[in-house]
Write a protein that binds this ligand. Sequence first.
Ligand code: BGC
Length: 762
Amino acid sequence: MKIFTILFSVSLLIQINLSYAQKAPDPKMNQYITNLMSKMTLNEKIGQLNLSGAGDITTGQTKSSGISKKIREGNIGAILNLKSASKIREVQKIAVEESRLKIPLLFGMDVIHGYQTVFPIPLGLSCSWDLELIEQSARIAAQEATADGLCWTFAPMVDISRDPRWGRMSEGSGEDPFLGAQIAKSMVKGFQGDDFRKNNSIMACVKHFALYGAVEAGREYNTTDMSRIRMYNEYFPPYKAAVDAGVGSAMASFNEVDGLPATANKWLMTDVLRKQWGFKGFVVTDYTGIAELIEHGLGDLPEVSAQALRAGIDLDMVSEGFLTTLKKSIETGRITKSDIENGCRRILEAKYKLGLFENPFKYCDENRAKTEIFTPENRQVSREIASQSLVLLKNNNQILPLKKGGTIAVIGPLADNKFNMTGTWSVAADFSKCVSLLAGIKAAVGNETTILTAWGTNILNDSILDSRVSVFGKPTFRKNMPQKEMIDEAVEVAKKSDVIVAAVGECAEMSGECSSRSDIALPENQRELLKALLETGKPVVMVLFNGRPLALPWENEHIPAILEVWFSGTEAGNAIADVLFGKVNPSGKLTATFPRNVGQIPIYYSSKNTGRPLLNGTWFTKFRSNYLDVSNEPVYPFGYGLSYTTFNYSDLKLSTSQAKGNQVITATVNLTNSGKTDGAEIVQLYIRDVVGSVTRPLKELKGFQKVFMKAGETKPVTFNITPEDLKFYNGELKYDWEPGEFVIMVGGNSKDVISSKVNWQK
Ligand code: BGC
């Protein structure tokens, strides 16, 4: 294992990385674009605002494809989801050789967690808390995607979510704004590299602006409604961090914000994004976002297109509302020419920044495509990152790590299922090259161990539900056998083994877009399998695949060892085996709370106290804030995750208990690796602002460090704290800190912390 200590000065994290910050316009670029725009007709300017799907393009037929005519006529500014350098070259050729002004196209795709080398789903990646590795994953994704012709990715997705019913939690970094903001920054840096002009920098697109993760009832595309103070403190930070990191574009979310869909929301797109945060890039709608405004009840296509443009949208994804209605809307006075020109200028600026005017084929080097994609080196990094993202949830009697030798039964519908290893949004993956758990285990144990296997049960009993989640070329591989027979067969196999590895959970598309669930337990048929396996009396290790927090109270009570593996990407099987057999000591920590049941949602660690908090040590008292039927506690809290070793925290010392003004104080804790194995611990710093002009959370994450510790070692871990870390948006939405008492807490998860107090005056 690599030896690392990643140290973040908490206050430094707030600062803008200057090399990436939103830059003031470059006069040379302005001149170039002004010149170009002076030659453009109104139609051509509107054409730049149109993002079209790749439609019927196949290599060799590009010229006769439906969209080639539009490109020639200057009616398309960008293309979505066209894959391969050679196809992109063909299409770009039409734009720069056959259209009147030869303006190159942007080519965008959802490169969310890797390109052909797929990394863990973003929720999994976030559980590594390893900003360097996360940045590296985005860098490799950019390297591979640009080698295949792409210059723009619809990532990072940074929506904070506290509702695991929402399937898209899988695409984000969990529930916390501080961690989410650091990850947003790292991903933008990774994608965009240090210079747009290099041919391996891809323009990032922060999405979905804004608040998409707070859709009511966790139901996809649903309404969102929240106070502005909550938006600014809890949901906006990751979007803002991406803007501060210099993200080149942003995507409007489908949901409404403050009574108006984001796509038509001028306050959001112009006042917040551009005026308050200084965003200088362009804004694209989400898929059919403009046309959907009709269903939202805002008017017909000409009306909603005009509203979206006036709100600050520059690029219309697929609706063709801009293309077909804006010209007329100038005549009817709905919009002005300068509304169109502003948008057109921003799209042309993106093309200029990427260097496409100098070389439109900059990303179309078929040689790069052959040598830089899915390389052994990239796969190796994917394996390493995947192993860092796994979270050990339970490990009674140190069942894990498994010993090699003897007989291991690998049972379950996800045991040998390579099509379900990469999870949602892995459009460029070659599933046949993914490593299944069974393959990973076999490779790890060599000939020393007998491996037996059985299907055990289908992922879902209900075949209709199964067909809903078997889209995008990722079938669940359902077996047409009665449940009882599948279980009996598995039990027979289990009886012959020394230990059972049960590979259960969700299939890839049970989370992701339009995969909301009203019940987030394991499907009952899988639980039946687990019960039958437990009855054999053999030790059971549950390897859990999923794209969102699940409700696992039963599993936590009965299964002796649980390893959360998310969807870990191309190298999933190898990375899981690395952890199962102890080659890698797990260090991942949850970035979203795992509830007991759906009724507790939304559940998150940074909640407020209420006027009637629970009394210490009780979980129910009449007329207190609680439930009759379930405790307020989750099954696993934010920040939680075990290791094959144990860590003790002691002696939290602050450099002072009386601070004044803009000083830096330190909080130092003694960390001991009290077990027998070397390992890494993610040390977390939380702060509570005890008295405020508005109510403040019980604790907020303000820093973290991943520290590698030799067995038996003790070392001090220090955090710097400055007033920057105490700031929040107050009732007037002013970002500042207020003097008074602060509780400083340090621990290995959000629940188990040790604390000390400081009084900080201005
Ligand atoms: C999703 C976006 C995605 C877009 C383009 C939409 O359905 O919401 O996240 O970027 O499609 O594929």
